[in-house]
Ligand binder design. Structure first.
Ligand SMILES: Cc1cc2nc3c(=O)[nH]c(=O)nc-3n(C[C@H](O)[C@H](O)[C@H](O)COP(=O)(O)OP(=O)(O)OC[C@H]3O[C@@H](n4cnc5c(N)ncnc54)[C@H](O)[C@@H]3O)c2cc1C
Length: 363
């Protein structure tokens, strides 16, 4: 049996563990220093901005498209495997356009997507108002509606991926802080934790922000900048707008995400470390700007009860594009799958495909 160890039980590691579990002759262990989905994954709302993103070609679009395609089969597959639903919203994403000057760019995107086989609709303010009466449509010049983009609750997804992976024999070890590695030349032979050692044929680093420290121990520099994101969870008395049509709404990069039981998530700030800071601290003013921005396009939020605010840190690679999916420089059996910055939930399935092709295509 080939021993595979994954370090990091966020959405990326969990997806990879599940996808790898379908290969024969692999003995797979996934380690995390804490419980699953406590890192960036636990802070995300899981919006999968594929078709509606302005990425139209190259690696970034290919990853997005591959993920969207895999999600259409992965979600039902997981639900069948564990017998309960992965919480997700298939009613699409509506992006509000407030500036006439941006419309040509959206029209051009719509044409490109049509050629690529993905529908994208451009709605008038009246259409926005009819479909989503909770939105102050008079402020918008148009709404761009993407029916095939989706939102997936990241914790629900991660737990179910791990459960399905465990049913196929994957070992999930929590409270297992990886402290180092043993290697012989360009081959890693074992992963060390505080409790013991795991002999390996392959190591995959899916440790999000923790990947920087791990690669340092192997003599490789992988600078990752923590970019803070804050959000707000609110409750309203009855669902906003039409109860049977509850898409994710995006206005000026502020997302309004329908959750369950009349709750909504509003996110997220994008806060970089300031000079002298290694890790940014949440700024009240940044959160207030998100909250005010959401109320500006959805005035009904003024009556909402704020249940909680939260924040998390996104792993943003420095000096290279997100995400980082490649062999760890200098090693033949270590692969990096990290640095997913703002799109780890969206890109997890495509990341797993890339990693598996790095592992198996050269065989
Ligand atoms: C506020 C916010 C909103 C977001 N919204 C979205 C969104 O809508 N859509 C989207 O696609 N993405 C979103 N993201 C980004 C997304 O959350 C990340 O890209 C994604 O979660 C990265 O997943 P990961 O598995 O690589 O990392 P993580 O979830 O951070 O998991 C890494 C894991 O590795 C473990 N680990 C680290 N070091 C070690 C070690 N030495 N030993 C053992 N374990 C270790 C950690 O404990 C952690 O569990 C958002 C992020 C934030 C903060």
């Amino acid at each position: 049996m080939t021993q595979v160890v994954l370090v990091g039980c966020g959405v990326v590691g969990a997806t990879l563990a599940y996808e790898l579990s379908q290969h024969d002759n692999l003995s797979i262990t996934i380690l995390d220093k804490q419980s699953p989905a406590q890192g960036a994954t636990g802070a995300a709302l899981g919006i999968a901005m594929g078709v509606i993103s302005h990425k139209v070609k190259g690696r970034n679009w290919r990853l997005r498209e591959a993920s969207l395609r895999r999600y259409t089969t992965l979600l039902p597959e997981l639900e069948a495997a564990v017998g309960r639903p992965v919480i997700h919203n298939k009613q699409g994403i509506l992006s509000l356009c407030f500036d006439e000057a941006e419309l040509p760019r959206w029209r051009s995107l719509q044409e490109i997507r049509q050629r690529q086989g993905w529908p994208l609709e451009i709605w008038s303010p009246q259409h926005i108002s009819d479909a989503c009466p909770h939105i102050a449509a008079d402020q918008a010049v148009a709404g761009i509606y993407s029916p095939q983009d989706l939102q997936i609750a990241p914790k629900s997804l991660t737990y179910i991926l791990l459960e399905a992976a465990q049913r196929r024999g994957v070992q999930v070890q929590t409270n297992a802080l990886v402290t180092g590695f043993e290697h012989e030349g360009d081959r890693i032979s074992a992963v060390q934790t505080q409790e013991g050692r795991y002999p390996v044929d392959w190591v995959i680093l899916t440790a999000g922000l923790g990947s920087e420290l791990l690669t340092q121990q192997l003599g490789v520099r992988l600078p990752l900048v923590p970019v803070l994101g804050q959000g707000i969870r609110v409750k309203v008395e009855s669902p906003l707008g039409n109860t049977d049509f509850q898409p994710v709404i995006n206005g000026n990069d502020i997302h309004l995400v329908p959750l369950t039981n009349g709750e909504y998530g509003i996110a997220a700030t994008v806060e970089f470390p300031t000079a002298g800071e290694t890790t940014p601290l949440p700024q009240e003013a940044a959160l207030a700007a998100v909250w005010n921005g959401a109320m500006a396009y959805c005035p009904a939020l003024e009556a909402a009860e704020v249940l909680e605010t939260w924040y998390g840190l996104r792993p943003r690679p420095q000096g290279q594009a997100a995400p980082v999916i490649q062999y760890l420089e200098g090693y033949v059996n270590a692969v990096l799958a990290t640095g997913h910055y703002r799109n780890g939930v969206l890109l997890a399935p495509a990341t797993a495909q890339r990693v598996m092709s790095l592992m198996f295509d050269s065989e």
